[in-house]
Design a protein around this ligand. Structure first.
Ligand code: NAD
Length: 256
């Protein structure tokens, strides 16, 4: 028996959808039948993803927004929904990495990571929640966090702090929005290759890390997209305030 992923007639928005996990999630939600808003600060790449969806018979529109700017996010989300049906699902994947150890981490780098990863999540989740609550049909919000919401990594002080914040924001919004039948969950990816963010991963790091992952391989963007699809599907309706780790068991050994 196949799972019912019927998104027909529903609007989904994916941020960070120009690349990596967000791109794969936008393609997956389109295959599930959602009309997809492809949001990224990289307009050209976002348009390319929307073209791929349309050329496969799906419905998609690209919008530019920098998630650090709440007004940009709110107007991009509103434009996507105009005349396209109620806003049902947000998968928020836009994010950046920084790798400076805490003793040399600059104030500007710290602020940039917190602004994009944590404040950006607040902007996107709130803009989506306002549209969902106004429409009165419930909804789904899925934040792409990280195993680093739980396990610290060397050189990742700002990133770890931002993703820990995303996890607690997810829990708070799950509590606050349940009365509106809006579910809010997080996905905690481990080592995901074939993304721009994961592309900086050196061969040496992969050789050292992959053998420590209990399932014996790095993750692919499609591994994460499948779980996002589940959380946006009818089968995911009673899941809220949860983190689903998609890490091949990495956290079982915690050599992150
Ligand atoms: N790749 C991994 O190993 C991994 C592991 C754990 C968590 N994650 C998380 O997954 C999410 C997606 O990462 P990815 O690996 O697909 O990386 P990626 O670099 O391939 O994709 C990130 C996308 O976010 C967009 N973006 C960045 N800053 C933005 C901003 N200010 N406004 C709008 N868009 C912006 C980029 O343009 C890009 O398209 C991130 O939140 C990341 O922290 C990734």
């Amino acid at each position: 028996m196949t799972r019912d992923n019927d998104g027909r007639g529903k609007q989904a928005v994916v941020t960070g959808a120009a690349s990596g996990i967000g791109r794969e999630t936008a393609l997956r939600l389109a295959r599930d039948g959602f009309s997809v808003g492809v949001v990224d600060r990289d307009t050209t790449a976002a348009e390319e993803v929307a073209d791929v969806i349309r050329s496969s018979g799906g419905d998609a529109v690209a919008e530019q927004a920098d998630v650090r700017d709440e007004a940009q996010v709110a107007s991009a989300f509103s434009r996507i929904c105009e005349g396209r049906g109620p806003f049902f699902a947000l998968v928020h994947s836009a994010g950046i990495l920084s790798t400076s150890p805490p003793l040399v981490l600059g104030e500007d780098e710290w602020r940039e990571v917190i602004d994009v990863n944590l404040t950006g999540t607040f902007h996107c989740d709130r803009a989506a929640a306002r549209l969902m609550v106004d429409a009165g049909n419930g909804g789904r919000i899925v934040n792409i966090a990280s195993v680093h919401a739980q396990a610290p990594g060397r050189g990742l002080a700002a990133y770890d702090a931002s993703k820990g914040g995303v996890w607690m924001l997810t829990r708070n919004l799950a509590l606050e929005l349940a009365q509106h039948q809006v579910t809010v969950n997080a996905i905690g990816p481990g080592l995901i290759v074939h993304t721009t963010l994961g592309g900086g991963t050196s061969e040496e790091y992969l050789d050292r890390t992959v053998p420590t992952i209990p399932l014996g391989r790095a993750g692919e963007p499609s591994d994460v997209a499948g779980v996002a699809s589940f959380l946006c599907s009818p089968d995911g309706a009673y899941v809220t305030g949860s983190m689903i780790y998609v890490d091949g068991g990495m956290l079982l050994t915690a050599h992150t």
